[in-house]
Design a protein. Structure first.
Length: 604
């Protein structure tokens, strides 16, 4: 397993995401989202070039200048308060395919600095071309660094094009005034003005990426500034920031048994550019958060705490573990010996006590507790005992043992009251519809999200011999997974298939013909497994889209399946393998897929 301390590893990025969400729970959702990129034409970079050297020849200089610029940007934001008083921030460093670094930064402002009105938004964020006569320098920087594409009908070969449309939704609409909370997002003011010539394209305000004029003039680089106070699903924003590395190579082996080496897959499956390698050699952090500390607390069953050991030293490791307390067992001891801790929950204890790793005891803090946040790890519901232990730890304070956690009268009475109070299922649906639907609304739309949600609930109720109709909820005809693939127009899909096929080059067309032949040729000797490989930008995703539209255009169902959620989002109605085949999160020798036979989903 990758240790969370391995900088940039998937496990490390997942832990960073959970830390960020712990900060959200305490301080609220972020207000601003910034993307700060590296400019290889910075004076500080060019001034260090010798002879015929170019910036790409000196990644050591590029990453050091970027690091200093990022530090200065954070000082302008957190200390000089260009956006107001900052409560907390996090940033994550990524490296583009061409190797240059950029930082995703999320800021949370205090209550007096919150961005609440249209005037507040327009004060900090602009999405227009500056006046050429009054601010020539800003105009030059915006046209060089902050113009998207162009794409669409102007340039159909732009990298942002997906299924014939820009994945960033450019060009935007003209708007005389900023509009708040349109489907959960902002629409910035972009007034209709005369277009200007930028290179070989004619550009107007619809193509401008939102920016802050003061920051743009100071740093002379692409700095996208977005107000995210009205984004409904804040977790998607943090997941995007903490999504981790791109993969670059895949090795396929034919073996009888599943033997996945997670460490090997991380080492062999990570694309590392020269600047990123230099970043690691300098031991720079790939992520950072403000001066707040997130303490990760243990959640384990009796005598089942994790033990780290070297091969051949298992017995010694067990002996050492028997003498050392975890944060959880030490919390039990604290409650036995310190009555003042009885009213503090396990997740809040780090704010008032410090865990001494040398003695494995909790010690009362003298100062600084307001900047400390406790966090319990995420536990899958498939790990039933630990899952419910975690729920109890979130609610009960003063426990002195594992048995004591399970024994509570007052809390059970309160739960009973809430259970009786919440017996009106339709009323519960009305009250919590927004929260229940957010995953599907994010994936589809405000209109169809509730429909998919109800279909998903129907699937869950089936295992309890219940249905939406029995609970007096609105009904749907098909399970969510089946509904998802039944909801397409054959004529529209065929039209898209024809359009996509016309845009294929000869090599792409050959690939599509081979794969379609494999789909519709039932001969036993026809290969059914293919591996498509190619550098970024060669049209692999375009081939997948062409295949999906063609098959659906013929009236057939197709399920695009990917190993991760990030990859699934690139496919039209893509889903993960865990979702489609009900693969358990934790695999062992007795694991089975929970795909029930004789169901509509299994038939699909």
């Amino acid at each position: 397993m990758n240790k969370s301390e391995l900088n940039g590893s998937p496990h490390n990025m997942q832990q960073n995401y959970q830390d960020a969400m712990a900060m959200v729970r305490k301080f609220g959702k972020p207000d601003l989202f910034l993307t700060f990129t590296c400019n290889p034409s910075w004076f500080e970079v060019l001034n260090c070039m010798e002879g015929v050297q170019r910036p790409e020849d000196r990644p050591d200089i590029i990453i050091r200048v970027f690091k200093m610029k990022l530090k200065e940007l954070l000082e302008d934001i957190s200390k000089h308060g260009i956006f107001g008083t900052v409560l907390t921030y996090i940033y994550v460093i990524e490296f583009q395919k061409r190797g240059l670094p950029h930082a995703h930064i999320l800021l949370t402002l205090d209550s007096e600095s919150k961005i609440r009105t249209k005037d507040d938004i327009d004060k900090f964020v602009s999405a227009k071309l500056p006046d050429l006569c009054t601010d020539l320098r800003l105009f030059q920087i915006v046209t060089k660094c902050m113009v998207h594409g162009p794409c669409g009908t102007i340039n159909i070969n732009s990298p942002c094009m997906r299924d014939g449309q820009c994945c960033k939704s450019f060009p935007k609409q003209f708007k005389d005034d900023t509009e708040e909370n349109v489907n959960g997002y902002l629409i910035y003011r972009r007034r209709a003005t005369e277009p200007v010539q930028v290179g070989k394209y004619s550009i107007d305000n619809r193509w401008v990426v939102p920016y802050n004029p003061w920051l743009l003039k100071k740093f002379n680089v692409h700095i996208n500034v977005e107000v995210c106070a009205s984004v409904k699903s804040v977790k998607y924003l943090y997941k995007y920031v903490c999504k981790g590395h791109d993969a670059a190579s895949v090795k396929i082996q034919k073996e009888c048994a599943l033997d996945r080496d997670e460490i090997l897959s991380f080492v062999e499956g990570t694309y590392v550019s020269t600047p990123e390698a230099m970043w690691h050699l300098n031991e720079f952090n790939l992520s950072h958060k403000s001066h707040h500390t997130v303490v990760r607390l243990a959640v384990h069953l009796p005598q089942q705490q994790p033990i780290v050991y070297q091969d051949g030293q298992e017995a010694q490791a067990i002996e050492r573990a028997a003498l050392r307390k975890t944060t959880l067992t030490s919390w039990f001891e604290l409650n036995k010996n310190d009555p003042s801790a009885h009213n503090i929950s396990y997740s809040d204890i780090p704010q008032y006590y410090m865990f001494d790793k040398s003695t494995t005891n909790w010690k009362k803090r003298q100062r600084g507790g307001q900047n400390v946040i406790g966090r319990l790890p995420v536990v899958s519901i498939l790990d039933t005992e630990r899952y419910y232990l975690r729920m109890l730890l979130l609610r009960k304070s003063g426990a002195i043992s594992f048995d004591d956690i399970l024994t509570t009268v007052a809390h059970a009475v309160r739960n009973d009251l809430w259970l009786w109070r919440s017996g009106d299922v339709p009323d519960l649906w009305v009250q919590h519809q927004v929260s229940l639907c957010e995953d599907f609304v994010h994936r589809y739309s405000e209109q169809t999200g509730p429909h998919y949600t109800l279909a998903d609930i129907e699937e869950l109720l089936t295992s309890y011999n219940l249905s939406l109709q029995k609970l007096h909820l609105p009904t749907v005809d098909l399970p969510a997974s089946v509904l998802e693939r039944a909801n397409f127009d054959v004529v529209e899909e065929q039209a898209k298939a024809n359009s996509y096929t016309m845009q294929l080059n000869s090599e792409q067309r050959n690939v599509v013909e081979i794969l379609l032949s494999a789909v519709y040729n039932n001969a036993a000797d026809t290969p059914k497994c293919y591996f498509l490989d190619g550098p970024a930008g060669t049209g692999k995703t375009f081939i997948y889209s062409t295949l999906l539209h063609t098959i659906r255009g013929r009236g057939d169902d197709v399920i695009p399946v990917a190993s991760t959620g990030i990859v699934a989002t690139l496919l039209i109605r893509g889903r993960t393998a865990h979702s489609v085949f009900k693969i358990p999160i934790d695999l062992n020798a007795t694991s089975t897929c929970n795909l029930k036979p004789n169901t509509k989903e299994a038939d699909m």
